[in-house]
Each structure stands twice: as structure tokens, then as C-alpha cells.
Design a protein around this ligand. Structure first.
Ligand SMILES: NC(=O)c1ccc[n+]([C@@H]2O[C@H](COP(=O)([O-])OP(=O)(O)OC[C@H]3O[C@@H](n4cnc5c(N)ncnc54)[C@H](OP(=O)(O)O)[C@@H]3O)[C@@H](O)[C@H]2O)c1
Length: 320
């Protein structure tokens, strides 16, 4: 069953974005995927029926391209974000100014706005990621007071950049670093669950102007995340504590390496826990309150980390 509503999804080709597009398409929306390289976004096309998903070129650094992508939309979802700045792709230009522009364009077009921020958004943070997420939230609210803001904890799923990255390291390295001793706490949330919460917001099931913190069913330390991952990929690796000052110094150098394996900002973020706040729990602004049953890490992790096992999907001693 189709609704006549059109949703523009900025960043619809990214990790979270593609699940948002799929969820919206399943619910019968027409979806316009706004991304910088529509020619490279072919993987999103099968998420809907023929003609249900369209593509438009848009760059959050160019206001006119945002306005064009939003034209005629009933709902706008912004999933654009970066973990490391490169050239003109700065945190301020995308996560603050760009987020504000998307929200202004949505308001001008009379469209509802759903914005993806992150737990830990904080204007006072020394980490540009967290600081600009907070600035972005402010700009979004100023332009669209009715906007719904989603702040996920770390997101897991087949294309994630967290468990896949460390599992890839474990394949070749004898030891894995535990930045700050691995004590920072996370509440890993399944990508499909975040997409459902966003789609519930699009369906107008959530209160206008609300902010939600989305975490999974378990709170795990960084060390526990690494242990879970190693267990799934069936590899034994030393977990070596890396004090914050040393990790920061390494980040200062490695931030310029291809793919920026670690940045000083990411180290800074690890100094705080990344879990749903007590305020969100008491205000009933969690994933469950958004109508989504949280998926367990153990239900999904083995399905995509299997490729990092020594024998892939085959057990080691079966002689296959
Ligand atoms: N992954 C997590 O664990 C996590 C946790 C909390 C919050 N979040 C937030 O969730 C959102 C989605 O994250 P993700 O992990 O899905 O990231 P992602 O895979 O890197 O996707 C980000 C998207 O932003 C797009 N983008 C980057 N620069 C752009 C620009 N100048 N103009 C237009 N689009 C641009 C990218 O498309 P192209 O580069 O192809 O153009 C991509 O589609 C982000 O806001 C992130 O901060 C993520």
C-alpha cells in the first residue's frame, strides 16, 4: 500500500541512510535519496519498487542543492554526518551549518523534519564531532521547532564502521588497543531499529519537537565490545590498554593518514560514556518509547562478522 507522501533522505546512500530508505519504502513512502554521488548509490535502488526511489545530487555545503532536493517533499530526514574532517568536509560545514540549512529548507517547503544527531552532542565539548552535533541541533530547532531529533548511541549492523573495523584489525594484528583502558560505556543499537524509530517519526507517531536517545538492550564497555567481537570471530587477541594521552598523540598524527584511523576528537569522545541518559529514560524518550523493540547484539553480530573467522562460516575442526 502506497502513501502519496514524498520523503527526502539526505545521506540516504550511507550506512544508516540505506536502512532508513528501505524502511520508508516498505511503509509505502516515495523516497528521494539526496547524496553527493547518485551514480555510486545503486545499492539503494532495490530497497523499493520500480520508480519508488529516486535520486538527486545534493551537497550539504551548497545551499541551492539542498533547496532543490527538498522541493515538493512532505518529510525531510537528514542522516549526514562525518567522523573525521577532510578538506572542505569540515564538521562545522556539515553537522552545524549544513544541518541548519536542511532544516531551513524543510521549513520553507512546509515539510516535517527528522534530524539525526548523536548521544554526547555538547556545545562545550572539545571534540568537534560532539560540539557541532549540538550546534546542529540548535540550528535545526531554530528553523523547525517541530523537528524530531534522534540521538543514537553507537550503531551496529552489517556495514558498520566499528565492529567491522576492529574485526578487520584482529585478522592481522596480534593485539588490539583499549583506549583509556577500554572503560568507556556504549549502548550499541541495531541500525534497523534506528531506521524504524526514524520511520515512526515520519509516520507522525512521535511527538513533534521531541528529542530521542536511542540505545540497544545492553550497556557494554569498550573492552566488552572487543571481547564480544573476538568471541564471534573466534580469535584470541591481547587487549592492550592505551592511556588517553598516548592515544591523543597517536590521533594527532594518524588523523592525516588515509581513512583517518583515529583522531584526537574521537579519543576525546571516548572519555565520556555513550549511553542513553537518565533524563531521556525519565522523559520516556528512548528506543522502546519510540515503539521499537531493541535487537540484541548477539542476534546480529555473528551474521556479518562471520567473514572474519579463520574458516569463515565453516567450523575449524570439521575438516571441510
Ligand atoms: N554510525 C554510528 O555509530 C553513529 C552513531 C551515532 C550517530 N550517528 C550519526 O548517524 C548519521 C549517519 O551515520 P552513518 O554511520 O550512516 O554515516 P555514513 O555511512 O558515513 O553516512 C553519512 C552520509 O553522509 C553523506 N555525506 C557526507 N558528506 C556529505 C555532503 N557534503 N553532502 C551530502 N551528503 C554528505 C555521505 O554520502 P557521500 O559521502 O556518499 O556523499 C553518507 O551518505 C550521522 O549523522 C552520524 O553522525 C552515527
Amino acid at each position: 500500500m502506497y502513501t502519496n507522501k514524498l520523503v527526502t533522505v539526505f545521506g540516504g546512500s550511507g550506512f544508516l541512510g540505506r536502512y532508513v530508505v528501505r524502511e520508508l519504502a516498505e511503509r509505502g513512502y516515495r523516497v528521494r535519496v539526496a547524496c553527493r554521488r547518485p551514480d555510486l548509490a545503486g545499492h539503494v535502488q532495490p530497497s523499493g519498487d520500480v520508480g519508488q526511489i529516486q535520486f538527486v545530487q545534493a551537497n550539504l555545503r551548497y545551499r541551492w542543492s539542498i533547496d532543490r532536493a527538498v522541493e515538493g517533499a512532505d518529510i525531510v530526514v537528514n542522516t549526514v554526518g562525518i567522523l573525521a574532517a577532510t578538506g572542505k568536509q569540515t564538521f562545522d560545514s556539515l553537522q552545524a551549518r549544513g544541518a541548519g540549512w536542511v532544516s531551513e529548507a524543510a521549513a520553507a517547503a512546509g515539510a516535517k523534519m527528522v534530524h539525526v544527531s548523536a548521544i554526547g552532542a555538547d556545545e562545550q565539548s572539545k571534540a568537534d564531532y560532539a560540539r557541532t552535533k549540538a550546534l546542529g541541533e540548535d540550528m535545526v530547532r531554530k528553523a523547525s521547532p517541530d523537528a524530531i531529533i534522534m540521538r543514537p548511541s553507537i550503531i551496529f549492523g552489517p556495514e558498520d564502521d566499528f565492529f567491522n573495523r576492529f574485526a578487520g584489525m584482529a585478522r592481522i594484528a596480534p593485539a588490539l588497543p583499549l583506549i583509556g583502558g577500554g572503560k568507556s560505556r556504549f549502548q550499541p543499537v541495531y541500525v534497523g531499529d534506528v531506521a524504524k524509530a526514524i520511520a515512526n517519526a515520519a509516520d507522525e507517531k512521535l511527538e513533534a519537537g521531541s528529542t530521542w536517545e536511542l540505545g540497544g538492550p545492553e550497556v557494554l564497555t569498550f573492552r566488552e565490545c572487543m571481547e564480544r567481537m573476538l568471541d564471534v570471530i573466534d580469535r584470541k587477541r591481547a587487549l592492550v590498554s592505551l592511556p588517553f594521552p598516548i592515544a591523543s598523540a597517536m590521533g594527532s598524527l594518524l588523523q592525516f593518514a588515509p581513512g583517518a584511523p583515529i583522531t584526537p576528537g574521537q579519543v576525546e569522545m571516548l572519555k565520556s560514556d555513550n549511553v542513553v541518559s537518565d533524563d531521556s529514560i525519565t522523559q520516556n524518550r528512548t528506543l522502546e518509547d519510540a515503539g521499537v523493540e531493541p535487537t540484541a547484539l548477539s542476534a546480529v553480530l555473528p551474521t556479518y562478522l562471520v567473514r572474519f573467522r579463520k574458516h569463515g562460516q565453516f567450523e575449524a575442526n570439521r575438516g571441510l
